[in-house]
Design a protein around this ligand. Structure first.
Ligand SMILES: [Zn+2]
Length: 495
């Protein structure tokens, strides 16, 4: 599903956005892999961080490579009430806040999750669904669409026992079962769907598609001995460019047509099983940060940045400019302003703000990373050619700092590789940086494109061509396969 979803249809009134967050005390808590900002006491925020950590560890025990840290930071916004969250919801086509109990927003530099405690149990599956997409995308090279959605739905039912020590995953999703008992799509059709398929965009077919993706995944994960291993084999075969139906037969031991009978019988069962597991024996996931109360300006800067990212730019501008007047000493207020100015196209005004943020918080990953990557995107290069050597030096320094602060952030390593690529003397460093990124996030194919670019610059066309040929054959990510093909065409022309 897309990055924002969840229709728990609510009748709601349009609430005027208060300019300041002033009502309620805002607190920030930092966990191992995420930051939580909320209008709630630190204890509540710690509890939410622990749940999300437990989810991450629960899922990562089951997907190879998924235990790797995410490439960019995750920030969770917690609102006590749905009303409090309204000014920060994405707007629907009618201009009103979308009726969401929670949402997930993925950006190049950060993942934002927003949820309200009111209706918490309904928002959690959405967050878990999208979080699964993130973990899978990071870990696995080429995931077929049905499996990507199937896993996300499967893990969306993650439930933690009150003690926090055990959890389970894979409880049946009753509406899916009901729908499939009435409407069913042959598996051959299901597995042929790719991101460009029309069916993927059409409402009714889409509900069947999601439901059945879930059902097939559920069956494989829960009922088939070695099901998870078979899934991995299937994914590996698809990544090698095999046809979905052939890969299906080899991995699951039956043609899609034969498998239809099994799946339909499964869906007719009156009950379904699911898996329980112990969370505590994996790792200590408790979040111990005592938390810190945010100044009113800091709170508004965080919230304004959230508004900007969900495209409520005018409200974001008002809030962020107010934040700066309230607290001119906090890095986040300058960071939010700098990013806002870039969004507004007022590029030259963004640098003083970002530089100020870096000066205040040189040890903050998000700040260094945003500054370094923004410089690269906006001024250092034009069409891949170096345009500003001083800006390049600043950007290299900021990205180096970012990868030192958080050596697990593959995205920062990838940007750093790009910064080094623009510098002929730094090509070996560029290659080292991109290798780091690939090692951290083997699922991210765009890092491999960059690796090929660097090999070409270093004169090793043969190995670049070999990898590009593989990437051009990928069927699960058209952006990447097309980019690889363009490079192959360019290489052919330059011979
Ligand atoms: Zn999805």
């Amino acid at each position: 599903m897309n990055r924002t979803l969840l229709g728990i249809a609510l009748v709601f009134a349009l609430v005027c956005a208060a300019v300041s967050a002033a009502d309620g005390r805002w607190t920030i808590v930092r966990g191992q892999t995420m930051t939580v900002v909320g209008d709630q006491p630190a204890e509540t925020l710690r509890d939410i961080a622990s749940r999300l950590e437990r989810f991450r560890l629960g899922v990562t025990g089951l997907i190879p490579n998924a235990e790797r840290p995410l490439p960019v930071p995750t920030v969770v916004f917690v609102f006590g009430t749905r009303k409090g969250m309204q000014p920060f919801l994405p707007l629907a086509k009618n201009g009103r806040p979308a009726p969401l109990g929670g949402f997930f927003h993925r950006d190049a530099d950060v993942n934002y999750i927003a949820l309200s405690l009111e209706g918490f149990d309904e928002s959690l599956p959405v967050v878990f669904h999208e979080y699964t997409h993130l973990l899978v995308r990071n870990a696995v090279r080429a995931v077929p669409v049905w499996l990507n959605e199937g896993l996300a739905e499967y893990y969306s039912t993650f439930t933690i026992a009150a003690s926090g020590a055990s959890a389970d995953v894979g409880r049946p999703i009753v509406p899916h079962v009901r729908l499939l008992r009435e409407r069913y799509m042959p598996i051959a059709e299901l597995i042929a769907v790719d991101a460009g398929s029309e069916l993927y965009d059409e409402a009714v077919r889409r509900s069947i598609f999601y439901a059945e993706s879930w059902a097939l995944t559920h069956y494989l994960m829960v009922e088939v001995p070695d099901g998870p291993a078979q899934i991995n084999q299937y994914v590996a075969d698809i990544a090698r460019g095999r046809r979905p139906s052939d890969a299906f037969f080899d991995a699951f031991g039956a043609t899609p047509q034969k498998f239809d009978d099994q799946l339909r019988r499964y869906l007719a069962h009156p009950t379904f099983r699911w898996r329980g597991f112990n969370v505590h024996d994996r790792v200590d996931v408790d979040v111990n940060d005592r938390g810190r109360t945010l100044s009113a300006g800091e709170a508004d800067a965080w919230l304004g940045d959230l508004q900007r990212r969900v495209r409520r730019q005018r409200e974001a501008a008002t809030r962020i400019e107010a934040a700066l007047r309230l607290d001119g000493e906090a890095a986040i207020t300058h960071l939010a302003l700098g990013l806002l100015r870039i969004d507004e196209g007022r590029i030259s005004e963004s640098w003083p703000a970002l530089e100020r943020a870096v000066a205040i918080a040189p040890d903050d990953f998000m700040t260094q990373y945003a500054y370094g990557a923004s410089l690269l995107r906006e001024v250092v290069q034009v069409d891949g050619m170096l345009a500003d050597a001083t800006a390049l030096a600043h950007s290299q320094a900021a990205l180096k700092a970012a990868t030192t602060i958080n050596p697990y952030a593959s995205e920062a390593w990838s940007w750093l590789a790009y910064a080094f690529m623009l510098d002929d003397d730094q090509l070996p460093a560029a290659e080292e940086a991109i290798n780091q990124a690939i090692e951290l996030a083997p699922g991210r194919l765009e890092y491999r494109l960059r690796w090929a670019d660097i090999r070409i610059l270093r004169g090793d066309v043969a190995s670049a061509r070999k990898l590009l040929t593989e990437l051009a054959a990928v069927t699960t990510d058209r952006t990447v396969s097309e980019a690889a093909q363009r490079r192959l065409d360019a290489l052919a022309r330059s011979r």
